[in-house]
Design a protein around this ligand. Sequence first.
Ligand code: DGL
Length: 270
Amino acid sequence: MPIGVFDSGLGGLTILRALQQRMPEQAFTYLGDNANTPYGTRDAYDVFDLTTKSVQTLFDMDCELVIMACNTASASALHRMQVSWLPKGNRRVLGVFVPMIENLTRRDWGDNAPPTHTGLENVAVFATQSTIESAAFPREMKFRARDVNVVGQACHGLVDAIEVGDAALCKTLVEHHVAELLERLPKPQAAVLGCTHYPIVESLFRAALPEGTKLLSQPDIVADATFDYLTRHPRYKEDGDTQYFTTGAAEKVGKLAELFLGQLANWQKV
Ligand code: DGL
């Protein structure tokens, strides 16, 4: 069975590409909810309803394992889904959020020991409004890492600018949001791009952040975590190609997706 990869739109393709590079033989089915993007300005109820609908679509396409390649959905819907929605059996949904926290704190998600000194004192998080409002990232960091200060910046407008490929607007927005963050946290030790769209403009973040700030690559971290998961749970592995689905207009989405994928792909509407 293929592994499902879901995002509100095209951002999840940054995760998909890293997964494909890490596991070239594995079959994937990508679904972008382009008809309802962006999720980042919606409330948690809305994000939950839309996310469960799309994940159900992937389950119906025989994907037993779904990677939720969307921080907004991972931060505000995944926990509720796992507790009250996910059917019993072998179906699993893994978010992009947990591997980032594990990587930063060097602690397993299931490790419930009291917070320890991790050497992390200040971390910047750039994400959508909804992810920042969920406060999930600072909450989970502080649960594991003592003395860590997490400062979030909601990057209004950036997802839309990336989806339409407006490079000049992306540059202006990234510089603006980084400057706002640096006013509150002048020298972040590490910066997290907590939205799967943002790796597309990673070089803009790199240029705007102080030289000493370590910029984490979420796609690589998620690909490594998924690879480990599949080694432990080989039942979800299957060789094959990638299929691309969207809830939006397939032709238009296919053209925009080229920017993310670096190649043309055949997109189908669900
Ligand atoms: N790519 C999604 C994320 O990682 C959000 C984009 C949106 O606002 O829909 O948060």
